[in-house]
Ligand binder design. Sequence first.
Ligand code: PLP
Length: 434
Amino acid sequence: MSDSLPADQLQALDQQHVWHPYGPMPSRTPALPVVSAEGVRLRLAEPVAGRDELVDGMSSWWAAIHGYNHPVLNAAAHRQIDTMSHVMFGGLTHEPAVRLAQRLVQITPEALQHVFLADSGSVSVEVAVKMCLQYWRSLGKPGKQRLLTWRGGYHGDTWQPMSVCDPEGGMHELWAGVLPRQVFADAPPGGFEAGVDEAYAAHLRGLIARHAHELAAVIVEPVVQGAGGMRFHSPGYLRVLREACDEYEVLLILDEIATGFGRTGTLFAAGHAGITPDVLCLGKALTGGYLTMAATLCTRGVAEGISRGEVPVLAHGPTFMGNPLAAAVALASVDLLTGQDWAGEVSRIQDGLREGLSPARDDAGVRDVRVLGAIGVVQLDHDVDVAAATRAAVRTGVWLRPFRDMIYTMPPYVTGDEDLALVCRAVRAAARAG
Ligand SMILES: *Cc1c(COP(=O)(O)O)cnc(C)c1O
């Protein structure tokens, strides 16, 4: 390797030239250079507030469920890169993609039989939407081209996903009037265990009934709304949506990009409700946080509908579709997860988060504390001072990335009890500072 840049020089060049997520250019706040990662720890290029290592409370945006530098995932990546890193997917196929698709079909609800491998979560949502619009077009109902969702959601940063993100609190209000106009229901009432509010259920049914003639699909994040506000709701609403979609002939897309692979305590969050969507989006933890890959699964009915159309193919084909390297690591990650007592680990983390975060209820400025599976959230009664909150977490030895009024953690499932307690202390310290 060429000589590495000194940390301060790297930071300066980074600020000058490199966009970061939701960042200004040039950047106003320096990002922390990371040189390596191992287990649940990120190693910094130089100490910050006396810390040269940080316990990662974010799983790199909810993806690195097995932690970093995992021997099993590393071995899968090495094996694959020494064989074939990539080959086009048009007209060619390969074992990593076929086996991954087969595995995803095995572990998701029975009716989901077909897999489209996409290169990011947002693209998998684009593909899901395209599938649904094309399905209705093929069935001679081209007027069914709008989407219905509930407020408070997040589905990605490309165009169609942006149109179903929360139009107000979300990050895309800038584009109101430019994005396709979708149908928004009120946000689902909060609380995983709250039960179904019949008035709200009627509101959902009523909207679906009223707009059915123009709706291609309902799209929601099941049980946990992630980047739209880290809110939990009753799985009962998913049954309401499933029934109404069946009754009024609308497809149901579940976006499990954040909730998939055990995060909420069931392998997929739809499992809390026992329902099957027509289309399912997976991403984030799919490759254990190693490489970018996502998947859109659909039922036979959706695929058959599309193939009956005037254009009988799904017109989508990213250059890096089915990337063998990402597929090989994804397969290893899924097998690693399902081959262990993942539910036990997630439940252990849920207990640790409850114990460590519950006392924050009495802290000044805290509006709510909630935990579900390996997700812990402290919501403040004001917007977080992100710089101050991050500094407080780093001083504690933990990496957190708060947003809006939320300080939260989604730790890797391999986080040990002591590290988890440290993460909880850091969340509370960040809440006090921010
Ligand atoms: C992160 C996320 C996306 C977007 O995935 P990217 O890989 O960032 O494009 C979509 N939906 C949900 C629920 C997400 O959490």
